[in-house]
Design a protein around this ligand. Structure first.
Ligand code: SF4
Ligand code: SF4
Length: 161
């Protein structure tokens, strides 16, 4: 019997739909608004969350019919994962695509959806809703922590409970 977990012995393309969905760690980082510089194409994260994202659970409040409200919500697919350079370094899809393992705080490892928040890898408690920010002010909310949570975590590892 093969006890190797599916994310170690399957590619993203080979995963079943339930496996694919369970791979999301619930960090919410991909649901933050990003600003793309028109001339360089560089992408910057902001701490402004999508209007459908819950700031505490970091989950989409209308996932099944999200496109009715957010038509440009990006659907992650195995084909898109390698192309989306802005996917955070801790994103499980990115890790698996790069042949890396999941961290201890991933719910598939810990068995607890809270550990992604306890490890301070998620967006919990540090975002504002796009409903509360004027579009002209978005640049004032540019942050780099969605891209550095991995370094922060390694420099200052939280105690496992
Ligand atoms: S960044 Fe990746 S792991 Fe985190 S919520 Fe988005 S898809 Fe899921
Ligand atoms: S619609 Fe939902 S899944 Fe899409 S970016 Fe917004 S919160 Fe995230």
């Amino acid at each position: 019997m093969n006890d190797t977990p599916f994310w170690k012995n399957k590619t993203l393309t080979e995963m079943s739909t339930p496996e694919w969905e369970s791979l999301c760690d619930g960090c919410g980082l991909c649901c933050l608004n990003k600003i793309e510089e028109w001339d360089s194409g560089d992408v910057y994260f902001t701490s402004i969350r999508c209007k459908l994202m819950d700031g505490e659970s970091c989950r989409c409040t209308s996932y099944p019919n999200r496109w009715d409200f957010v038509p440009d919500c990006v659907q992650l697919t195995p084909e898109k994962v390698p192309e989306l350079e802005w996917l955070p370094p801790t994103c499980a899809y990115r890790l698996v695509n790069e042949g890396r393992d999941l961290y201890w705080w991933h719910p598939l490892i810990s068995g607890d959806p809270e550990t992604v928040h306890l490890a301070r890898v998620s967006a919990r408690g540090r975002t504002v809703s796009e409903n509360d920010v004027d579009l002209d002010d978005f640049e004032d909310y540019i942050v780099d922590w969605p891209l550095t949570v991995e370094d922060d975590m390694e420099a200052n590892p939280p105690a496992k409970s």
